[in-house]
Design a protein around this ligand. Sequence first.
Ligand SMILES: [Zn+2]
Length: 201
Amino acid sequence: MSPVKAAHTRKTRLTHTPPVEIRVAQPITMQRPVLVLNASYEPINICGARRALVLVLKGVARTEEEQGAILHAARVRVPMPSVIRLLEYRRIPHQTRALSRKNILLRDRNTCQYCAIVLNSGELTLDHVQPRSRGGLSTWENLVACCHNCNRRKGNHLLNELTEMKLLREPRPFSLHTSRHIMRMIGHSDPKWRRYLYYES
Ligand SMILES: [Zn+2]
């Protein structure tokens, strides 16, 4: 082999990305949610196992916790990750998500903020805590998930005019704190996630 061709072959081998070649694995394992930690161990995201595996194989992240399942590819045995950690710290902007019906319901976990009933998205409405007719704005702080019953009962009243109706919690913008709540809900059943999500206890 000429030196030029040898160098070329070497280069090809180096830039070769293994994940593309992986065809094995049970779909269930590949779809499993994986917790993504920042380099600082702060939980920042959830992704699918396939995506997590690509990050690990590319050297962007390392596996902190394994699922237990092993992926057998051509010549490699890769433990499927349950928790991965980015090797380089990524600055996460203090993200506020778009104000939308979907995100309000997500923040309030499909729970009527007055009577605590949990319903499907289609059975919930949005309530302006301070009614629009009385100057209330459509903001994160003034919109809550609400069942139709409570919505009717509340009508055009302010909360301080109704002694029997109270908010479960003060409405806040969707924040990283809220995202962590969602991570906890998803990761609730996985003991391997717990130590990263409940690190304050
Ligand atoms: Zn209700």
